[in-house]
Design a protein around this ligand. Sequence first.
Ligand code: GLC
Length: 564
Amino acid sequence: MKKALLAVLLICCWLSARSATAQQKDPNGHAWWQHAVFYEIYPRSFADSNGDGVGDLNGITSKLDYLHKLGVDAIWITPCFPSPQVDFGYDVSDYQAIDPMYGTLADFDRLVAEAKKRNIKLILDFVVNHTSDQHQWFLDSKSSRTAAHRDWYIWRDGKGPGQPPNNWYSTFGTAAWKFDPATNQYYYHYFYPEQPDLNWRNPAVENAMFDTTRFWYQRGVVGFRLDAVDTLFEDVHLTDNPLLPGTDKFGRPKMSEKFNKKQPEMHTVLKGLRKVADEYHAVLVGETWTSDVKELKDYYGDRNDELQMPMDLMLTGLPLSAPVLRDHIAATDSSGYWPTYVITNHDIVRSYTRLGDGSHNDDIAKLMAGFYLTLRGTAIMYYGEELGMKNSDPVRQEDVQDPIGRLGWPLEKGRDGERTPMQWTAGPNAGFSTAAKTWLPVPESAKTHNVETESRDPNSVLSFYKKLLHLRKNDADLREGNYMALNTGDPNVMSYLRQYQDSAVIVVLNMSATKQTLAFDLAKQGFSGAPAATLAQNGAEVPTGAFQSVTLAPYGTYIAKLTK
Ligand code: GLC
């Protein structure tokens, strides 16, 4: 008996040692993605190689040198699979191909190979909750009540004639149930009616979806961003959701999503996806919307066996305030998990517009970069963020592309504003495309905020990002150092040390519209005698001699090296 136990123990040790080697951890025990900067690309809007007004894979390939020089380590491409494009790719009609609008599988393979040459890894977006209503699985499912794929989706009888099975809403402004007269049942869709929810309680669905990840891993993809994981399961009894006071932006009574979101079974699926990912040493990023850090911890899994990178999307909802951000980072950093920070993406108003005050927007963009790119954790950028691209919402309802913007106008203008073409030059269509008309208009701000112009200006937002991305990669304090908040009572300035061994990086961020001078006493940390060596700054003055104080212009940033 004892011998058998010993043998099991030895096998376990061998297996875990083997997987640790395969994960290629650095001497500090960190995997590649922990120090990486990811860059989200919305393929429709990045670079158009064939002049049809819509971006494509060859366009992305043609910009890999730019991404390499910028200093990103991995790109995440939002869905580029065949799709009727009702939700611009988040309605997938074939998980194992490329939409002809974006290119071919051969173009995809070339993109992976070219990226690899530049040390850039690639992750794809996996839409796990639903397919397009044009997917073969759904077409079959809908064809009859006895079809092979009937149970791959959520079909139910109505409560009575003309009455859906329960009171749930689609988050995109309609009821969550669509009646199918041919089979006299309703199907469930949390998003658009063209995005029917998969039934993850059916093992056949699980197998097919897990196989999809294998297909892409074998093609060189190193991970996935998992879309809308909170919506994977619904309460088995389809219990009505409780109503809340007030109305939502579509004018409906507000509703809690108690029974159709964040159901516990989701964790079983995440564990399963992780198991497959581990076979390929891949990384799973999650679209995880949470209201606090405690909730975010659930997604890592009780044994660190779910998502390696659940996104901290809370930063996208917090104001630019030193006390608020300080508290948030204190909670995240001490959570015991590796944080993944995001300040902007394709579903929310760009950070430049969200946080900008109208007169210091470039300074605020630099400040935000100085903030989240110097924290302990992984960062995910959004294309154009590095230029200070702003949101450019449509001004007329008839110009809106995103269907929720047409339905919810004017309260809900949709997400076109954060998805406008990447701004490469000051020329026609900002160098994005040679088409007469691009799928979304190129904003006026492209004249000043574009790659070509900003590359020539050492004080541009782009130059600041580049500097920080290179610092982050090459500085051991920023890579490995712990996080230590400084001057924690200051209402305007957030400051911290990232210390590792005998040196540290100090970060000082003026989150106010007035000039601030901050004194530091770093005797306790052993940094009182030496001057600081500036690494990056915007609007900072530092007296010469031993480092004691910094004066920062409104929204100024100061990042410096301290040595013992
Ligand atoms: C996620 C995507 C969003 C999409 C939705 C439905 O929230 O980020 O763009 O519309 O899922 O797939």
